[in-house]
Write a protein that binds this ligand. Structure first.
Ligand SMILES: [Zn+2]
Length: 219
């Protein structure tokens, strides 16, 4: 598997990690969270020799995770996937927060809605959808058992978790998602979140994650 991380600038003022995964044998590929700077993502896809994307996967419906999606989809194709509980957020700016973030309003429809346990195949690579409500009600993480990695979106960061003061957020849900769905993953799982650096009040939140310290976050 080829994995590329592309930090893209968003109106939020901090980069969002956009990820590309590609199966080398079949050349099938997926982009995860194209938050902005679509030209950078397209350039990397060109470099990898990927003409047609299979999927554009959104971990959740916030604008800083799909700001680059329209140009990316127009140039490279790709079915847009998001959890069914977050699909509304793609055309409801009160939920996607595009205005709040300070970006132009983008509305779109998902091509397909995913659910807990759904399997997504990129060539011979299999990803499992883990529904992790809390940051948004339809937030998900994507887990690949074979490659031992987890794309965690805004659910889990280094020593902390995503905001729970936003529309459809729920604090109890995110704690439940992390402790009961993510902390049970194997010790050597590598987590790829939206950003490496996050949250000024990190120290205050760190202790509670002692129980999840077996999840290794990549530098
Ligand atoms: Zn978010």
């Amino acid at each position: 598997m080829i994995l590329k991380r592309i930090p893209v600038e968003t109106a939020l003022g901090e980069p969002t990690n956009c990820y590309i995964v590609e199966d080398e044998q079949t050349k099938e590929a997926m982009v995860i969270d194209p938050g902005g700077e679509p030209e950078k993502i397209i350039e990397m896809l060109d470099t990898l020799g990927i003409d047609n994307l299979k999927y554009i996967y959104l971990t959740h419906c916030h604008g800083d995770h799909f700001g680059g999606i329209l140009e990316l989809k127009e140039k490279k194709g790709g079915k847009v996937l998001i959890h069914r509980d977050d699909a509304e957020g793609l055309y409801n700016i009160g939920i996607s927060l595009t205005y709040y973030i300070g970006m132009e309003d983008i509305t779109l429809e998902a091509d397909s809605r995913v659910d807990e346990g759904d399997l997504i195949h990129i060539g011979n690579i299999e990803f499992r959808v883990i529904h992790t409500p809390g940051h948004t009600k339809g937030g998900t993480c994507l887990y690949c058992e074979k490659e031992k990695l987890l794309f965690s979106g805004d659910t889990l960061f280094r020593g902390t978790w995503g905001r729970t003061d936003l529309p459809t957020s729920n604090f109890a849900d995110i704690i439940n998602s992390i402790t009961n769905k993510l902390a049970i993953l194997p010790d050597d799982t590598i987590v790829y979140p939206r950003t490496w650096e996050n949250n000024k009040d990190k120290r205050r939140r760190t202790n509670i994650f002692k129980s999840t310290s077996k999840i290794r976050l990549e530098n």
